[in-house]
Design a protein around this ligand. Structure first.
Ligand code: PLP
Length: 637
């Protein structure tokens, strides 16, 4: 576990059990030992053939753990509840989930259900996101916020106002100054009183990769001058009471609570000023930014980690809002946050299989020849001793010792050369020998390439796009010391389709030798990518036409295995991904069948077999399968 830093990034949801497998702890820190879910047992059940009692699903797989999702929502709520109570804050916390982080219907529905007793709402940033948020919130708490962010056109604003008419607690957040004109105009036409928010462009700047939208030059939000103009327009329209929410977002993965407190403090001052100007202010919405510790280092100077937990985050927010409001004698507002990454990252695990490995060549004694015999008489006795020691170490394959003697030999020979007692040719031969020893040393610890049944562009797009690193770990055999170092090469024909950076700044991952595992030989070698529940699914593309994997929902259950498979959503088939590119699989099948007939394969037996392999191809997934599943039977058998 320590090799993969699981105690750091995995706590409290992932650990290693006594069988050497990754265990999922569905209730986080409150999980009892008998409630832990053995990930390998889930993988076996999901992938085993139907006849053996499994689901017969192919890799890669996304396993979703709704209990973990529920625990995240509850933990966030209780961190704020605790901070509010302990600081005698006189209002409450009411979060929203930004659906952009993972728009999957069942994820959003789960969050709405789990959060309904906390009035947990949703945030949308586009028209389709608004449509899904509207329909999901029909089953949520009537007080839950539906926060409408993003750039808006006439249609978006109309839709948001209709949502208000449907008694959804909708807030239209003004991101561009001109949006307020449309809100005033359309709300009059639709005879609906809107609730309006403004997004402030703060001076506080988050300097990490995810902070590019913050600061005065940030892409989003209104400057102080623009906010004042919006206030005046609303006042003139008799709608200043509609302005009720102040929003800001300084970027994802806020590294420290000091930066957070700085941003929240600045926003709280703007909030108080708006109260002073007569707006109907009630809510401060602090955006996203609650970070995840991907490498378990708790460091504040990398995008991969953050230096706080949920409790410290909530305490810093409550304190900063309270301080500014108390200073100005302003009633404490409802605190809303739009935490996405922190809610959905942990609940989903991507499982994929290593199919084969290419092992780098090791330099052996047989391919190493020191070869200085012809001028041994010309070098000093000390240099000869270094050479003899070097040869002895090489026989034993002790490359590090070899390297030390080679270096000693070179220094002694260089000295002799300087003194004029050794020729240039001999010195070059010594240099050549030293180089081959260093090469041997480098290749004695080779990095292997593991070929994995996965598309990085579909399943880990942020690795390719922005170099984001996720914890990747074998999910079994963790009671055995991994014998090799490897990088992971995906199925695409793209040279970028390689994972060669890992947490801890490592350029390779400790892996177990396949030794018969892998490649669909029964017992595969399975790896998991963790903490990828936010953003990766929506950002993933169709490069090489590899589509989204099968998704299985795994809930805690009291039974002997402590889990139940509660939903399966099949991944995209070859036909599905072709359709996404405007091909018509049915037509393609007919064209190919016709061609088979033209080629003389139309006698009944052969024709039917060909047609069924073709038909099956459209229905199968683009990822690698074993020959046994593709439907070809041996006619000679
Ligand atoms: N709110 C807004 C406006 C955002 O742009 C984002 C994402 O960048 C979020 C919320 C979610 O942020 P996070 O995933 O850091 O919680």
């Amino acid at each position: 576990a320590s090799l993969y830093r699981i105690d750091g990034w995995g706590t409290p949801y992932f650990s290693v059990n006594s069988s050497g497998n990754i265990a999922v702890r569905p209730y986080g820190a409150d999980t009892l030992p008998h409630q832990e879910i053995d990930l390998m047992k889930v993988v076996k059940k999901v992938s085993e053939s139907k006849s053996a009692g499994g689901l017969g699903l192919q890799f890669p797989l996304i396993l979703r753990f709704p209990d973990v999702l529920k625990n995240r929502v509850e933990s966030l709520q209780s961190a704020f509840d605790y901070a509010i109570h302990s600081q005698s804050y006189e209002s409450h916390y009411q979060g929203v989930y930004p659906v952009k982080c993972n728009q999957d219907r069942f994820v959003v529905e789960d969050i709405v259900e789990f959060g309904s007793s906390y009035r947990f709402g949703l945030e949308a940033g586009s028209k389709p996101e608004l449509l899904l948020a509207m329909s999901c919130l029909c089953r949520g708490s009537p007080d839950a916020f539906l926060v409408c962010n993003g750039f808006k056109d006439y249609e978006y604003i109309s839709l948001a106002l209709i949502a208000r008419k449907l008694d959804l607690n909708t807030v239209i957040v003004i991101e561009l100054e001109e949006e307020v004109d449309s809100v005033i105009e359309i709300s009059r036409k639709l005879l609906v009183r809107p609730v309006i928010g403004v997004r402030a462009k703060l001076r506080t700047k988050h300097s990490g990769h995810f902070g590019a939208t913050s600061g005065e030059k940030g892409k989003f939000g209104l400057t102080t001058m623009q906010i004042l103009r919006v206030v005046r327009k609303l006042e003139q329209a008799g709608m200043l009471d509609c302005l009720q929410l102040l929003h800001f977002h300084i970027g994802s993965q806020i590294p420290s609570t000091s930066l957070l407190a700085d941003g929240v403090g600045e926003a709280a001052q703007i909030y108080c000023e708006l109260v002073g100007l007569g707006a109907g202010m009630r809510v401060i919405d602090i955006g996203g930014g609650l970070g995840i510790d991907y490498d378990g280092s708790r460091s504040t100077d990398s995008d991969l980690s953050v230096g706080y937990g949920l409790e410290e985050y909530a305490a810093a927010v409550v304190q900063a809002v309270r301080y500014a409001c108390d200073q100005k004698f302003v009633k404490h507002p409802v605190i809303c946050s739009e935490s996405g990454r922190a809610i959905v990252s942990h609940h989903s695990v991507l499982i994929f299989e290593a199919m084969s490995a290419t092992v780098a060549d090791k330099q052996t004694m047989s391919s190493f020849s020191p070869g200085l015999q012809y001028f041994l008489d010309e070098i000093t006795e000390e240099a000869r001793a270094s050479y003899r020691n070097l040869c002895a170490a090489a026989v034993g394959g002790e490359w590090e010792t070899c390297f030390l003697y080679a270096d000693q030999l070179r220094q002694r020979c260089v000295q002799q050369f300087k003194e004029g007692s050794l020729g240039l040719e001999q010195l070059a031969a010594v240099d050549g020998l030293c180089d081959s020893v260093s090469k041997a040393l480098g290749s004695s610890d080779p990095v292997c390439t593991y070929h994995v049944n996965l598309s990085l562009f579909t399943s880990i797009p942020d690795f390719w796009a922005i170099g984001q690193i996720f914890p990747i770990v074998p999910i079994h055999r963790l009671d055995q010391r991994p014998g090799v170092k490897g990088i992971l090469s995906d199925l695409t024909c793209d040279s970028d389709g390689v994972v060669d950076k890992f947490i801890g700044g490592e350029s390779s991952l400790p892996l177990h030798e396949l030794n018969g595992y892998g490649g669909g030989n029964g017992g595969g070698y399975y790896l998991g990518m963790f903490l990828g529940g936010a953003y990766e699914e929506a950002l993933g593309g169709l490069h090489n036409l590899f589509g989204g994997p099968n998704v299985v929902r795994v809930s805690y259950s009291d039974g002997p295995h402590s889990f139940a498979l509660t939903r399966v959503v099949p991944g995209l088939s070859c036909g599905d991904v072709l359709r996404a590119m405007q091909h018509e699989p049915e037509l393609m099948f007919e064209v190919l069948k016709h061609r088979a007939e033209e080629c003389g394969h139309d006698d009944e037996m052969a024709g039917t077999a060909l047609a069924s392999v073709l038909a099956r191809s459209f229905h199968s997934m683009p990822y690698l399968t074993t020959a046994a599943t593709c439907g070809i039977t041996d006619n000679n058998a």
